[in-house]
Write a protein that binds this ligand. Structure first.
Ligand code: HEC
Ligand code: HEC
Ligand code: HEC
Ligand code: HEC
Ligand code: HEC
Length: 505
């Protein structure tokens, strides 16, 4: 959408600003006023585009900007209005349109010279980061599709599995997944079968969808989720409009709306909180509400979109300006695989008493903004504690918790503990969230709150091995589906149980 007229206006604006800054007597300051159709606008943010320092308009809409930067335009912004760019003395703010256009054609993120508007053509670094995020795979992620349709093995060519198969076990519920996993998928039959996602919809949680979010209400938290929870503002007539965190974005022929809530956890809530078929499958946002991180003012974006410091321009060579890299978010969205090891800390204390050995394992989740593990309901941590005598033979514990069958064939019966949301049958087998369970046991770690588990061993034990393993899915599901990458080793420590009655240092 290149609009030559818009470009010309912008250029002209630059010239005027340039001239204004050259003309004495106020060559070190620029004065102006910000208005809307209702008159002067107080509290608008005004800056030289790309500069870190900004001015705010007073109650008469007036501003004064020092430090002239002749090469840039001046921008003015306020939530609820489109960003204005141009030349003082007057900058006029137009309201953000409050209608939404159902017929809007979503733009594909993929770089493609044949499609000038594709985001990846200009936002190369952001596109690369997003491609490596779970969001880019939300509609085509094979594990998601395996559980959706019961496909088995690696290539999906085998017969559908009978269990852990949503299509077979709860067919009427299968339309619900698209709301968060493929939010732009349309469906003439209203079945919203994610396997039918083609074109831009196959990109799952993609750029254009996320940046058309005009508001993210949380009054129906958990019950209206994904696309049903957000308010969008899709433009009409081939125009373009993006919402975002910058108050000074400018591109000829296009509108931007400054939306500070893009830095708030509330923005992520609709997709990261969901009670589905009566089960609290996703609870990350409500867990955050109760977290110490929230009390410290930390939002999801602070940990999952932390600036890498390597991006200085969001659209280099395509109209973007230089900005402080510490202000530009990353779209890679690291998950457990990247964050777990710096988060889950396991400490083991071994004490030898007259009767034997007591092992105390203290686990704490640091720097998390929610319970751990969070996210998909099946995620869990398994603690495995093993005692061996001087000859290396395994010696069973005489007291302490023992791992149930759902810990998997390798570890059932061993000393240990499961930290997880456990949606289980009366017999203790894990069930998919779409089947009604006898119990939902929640033993996950509470952020910053240490949890202790104690185990006793006979006196002959010489070494204690303590492992913490994270599993994305229950072992029986991963084994049946032949998923090799289901486990992440968080920690593995072997401790000598000294024979002199002292705890090792
Ligand atoms: C899951 C929703 C989501 C997706 C998908 C997404 N964004 Fe963003 N984007 C955000 C949020 C939230 C912010 C603000 C983050 C912050 O400032 O902490 C943001 C910030 C931005 C910014 C402002 C500069 C910056 O990095 O802070 C640009 C430009 C941008 N996104 C472009 C894109 C493009 C291009 C894509 C696709 C390649 C994309 N976004 C995909 C949610 C999303
Ligand atoms: C439109 C819905 C939607 C929005 C908005 C959204 N997410 Fe997600 N997010 C998802 C889905 C769906 C997945 C799972 C994709 C998959 O693995 O198949 C996901 C996955 C993730 C992951 C997991 C990464 C991993 O490696 O497993 C993180 C972290 C995350 N999102 C953070 C955020 C944050 C932070 C925000 C807000 C800035 C946000 N998301 C906004 C739908 C969304
Ligand atoms: C032809 C190049 C081009 C294409 C294509 C493009 N953008 Fe941009 N975009 C820009 C420029 C230029 C800016 C402003 C840069 C600046 O101010 O430094 C921008 C700014 C943005 C911002 C920041 C808005 C804010 O207020 O935070 C977002 C979000 C954004 N683009 C999203 C997208 C998305 C989503 C797509 C694809 C649907 C897209 N862009 C396609 C060039 C492009
Ligand atoms: C203080 C930092 C911090 C904040 C704030 C935070 N997270 Fe996390 N997040 C983490 C850490 C550390 C992990 C890894 C541990 C885990 O999986 O629970 C994680 C894991 C996740 C995962 C699981 C990814 C996976 O691989 O399964 C999702 C999804 C997620 N966070 C989303 C969010 C959302 C949404 C918010 C805001 C409501 C948020 N986080 C707030 C630090 C944070
Ligand atoms: C409320 C929004 C929402 C809905 C509705 C939803 N999901 Fe998810 N889903 C997510 C988010 C967010 C994640 C990422 C959490 C994480 O990484 O731990 C996710 C992750 C998953 C994963 C893990 C993928 C992986 O590779 O680890 C599976 C499987 C999954 N969802 C299946 C489903 C199915 C099947 C449905 C429909 C019955 C569904 N989801 C409906 C938001 C949703």
């Amino acid at each position: 959408m290149h609009c030559p007229r818009g470009a010309a206006v912008l250029l002209f604006g630059c010239l005027i600003v340039g001239l204004a800054t050259l003309s004495p007597p106020s060559c070190d300051a620029v004065h102006g006023i910000v208005t809307s159709d209702a008159g002067p606008v107080a509290g608008a943010i005004v800056r030289w585009q790309g500069a870190t320092d900004a001015a705010h308009t007073d109650e008469h809409g007036r501003f004064k900007l020092s430090r002239a930067r002749r090469q840039h335009v001046i921008t003015a912004a306020k939530p609820g209005f489109l960003i204005a760019a141009g030349s003082p003395p007057r900058l006029h703010l137009a309201p953000v349109p409050d209608d939404d256009n159902d017929d809007y054609a979503w733009i594909d993120p993929t770089p493609d010279p044949g499609h000038a508007n594709n985001c990846g053509n200009c936002h190369t670094q952001i596109h690369d980061a997003w491609t490596r995020s779970a969001h880019a795979g939300a509609a085509k992620n094979p594990k998601f599709l395996h559980l959706f349709a019961g496909t088995d093995g690696h290539d999906g060519s085998g017969p559908p599995a009978a269990t852990w198969n949503l299509q077979a076990e709860h067919p009427l519920g299968s339309g619900v997944c698209a709301a968060c996993h493929a939010p732009t998928l349309t469906s003439p039959e209203l079945d919203y079968d994610v396997r039918q996602a083609r074109g831009v919809h196959r990109h799952g949680v993609h750029c254009d969808y996320c940046h058309k979010i005009a508001d993210a209400p949380v009054d129906k938290l958990g019950t209206r989720f994904g696309r049903d929870g957000y308010r969008l503002a899709r433009p009409r007539g081939g125009e373009q409009l993006f919402f975002g965190p910058l108050d000074d974005a400018v591109r000829a022929g296009e509108s931007f709306a400054y939306a500070p809530f893009y830095k708030d956890s509330r923005y992520c809530a609709s997709c990261h909180e969901g009670v589905i078929f009566g089960v609290h499958v996703y609870g990350t946002y409500s867990e955050w509400l109760a977290s110490p991180a929230r009390r410290d003012g930390k939002h999801c974006q602070d940990c999952h979109m932390t600036p890498t410091g390597t991006m200085t321009n969001i659209a280099p060579g395509k109209g973007g300006v230089k900005r402080d890299p510490r202000t530009l978010a990353s779209h890679h969205f690291p998950g457990a695989a990247e964050l777990l090891r710096s988060c889950v800390q396991v400490k083991t204390a071994v004490a030898r008493t007259g009767a034997g050995i007591t092992v105390t394992v203290t686990t704490v989740a640091r720097n998390a903004g929610h319970r751990v593990p969070t996210g998909f309901i099946d995620r869990h941590l398994v603690l495995i504690v093993e005692g061996r005598d001087g000859d290396g033979r395994v010696v069973a514990a005489s007291a302490g918790p023992v791992l149930p069958e759902r810990a998997g064939a390798a570890w059932v019966g061993k000393s240990g503990w499961i930290y997880g949301k456990q949606h289980v049958s009366a017999a203790g087998r894990p069930l998919p969230f779409w089947l009604s369970a006898a119990e939902l046991i929640d033993t996950r770690l509470v952020p910053e709150r240490p949890d202790q588990k104690r185990f006793s061993y006979p006196a002959c034990v010489q070494t204690i091995r303590v492992r913490m393993v994270y599993r994305r899915f229950w072992d029986e599901v991963a084994v049946r589906r032949k998923w090799q990458d289901n486990e992440i080793l968080v920690s593995d420590e072997s401790i000598r149980a000294g024979d002199d009655g002292d705890e090792p240092p």
